[in-house]
Design a protein around this ligand. Sequence first.
Ligand SMILES: [Zn+2]
Length: 234
Amino acid sequence: MTMKIQDIEIEIIKKNIKNMHLYVLPPNGSVRISAPLSVSDENIRLFAASKISWIRTQQNKFSKQLRHSEREFVSGETIYIWGKQYYLQVEYSSKANNFLLDGEKAILTVRKESTAKQRENYVNEVLRKYLKNEINRLLPVWEQKTGLQCKRWLVKYMKTRWGTYSETTETVSFNLQLVHKPVECLEYIIVHELGHITHRNHGKGFIAYMDTYLPYWRETKNQLNTLTLDYIDK
Ligand SMILES: [Zn+2]
């Protein structure tokens, strides 16, 4: 259930707890209240209304952080690809865009008047190809090893998950940001999501499956989760 106070959308979760809790969540400051089952909607509304200025302060902090981390795609910025750091070198051309890795440099050729957003879109298009190539190489290898096959897969930008498996569509989704991580991280997500074809949750059966096929999966998982999801490396 959601509730709107002024222009702020609030997600309400009622559960078996003693007190009301208010959360402003990263990355974009969405608001959630968890409330005891016995509390009326009217009381939740009053509680939320009394906290509006605090909510706004927290939301402003998040939006400043987001702005701060925004890339401009200019020379000197760094970009991680498969866990390796490259220095961006921007060159100008009126012809086609280009992106090329050369030693420690990532050479991005764009039109001089291109905006940061246009450069970002172009780089993401290239990174998507890199990721898709690796998935095309590694997925069949792991499908063969595990005997599990997904019907289809896709790559998308996600803020909170590295990968997902949808039972209904039998589709594995990979987070585009995996391209920034060492390739073992992609392998871990491949094995993990394939595991959900036969294991719904992360219970004992799932853990045994992971231990069988990827004995070092815990370290890789830690590596993924200690790095921020929305990759910031300035
Ligand atoms: Zn999972």
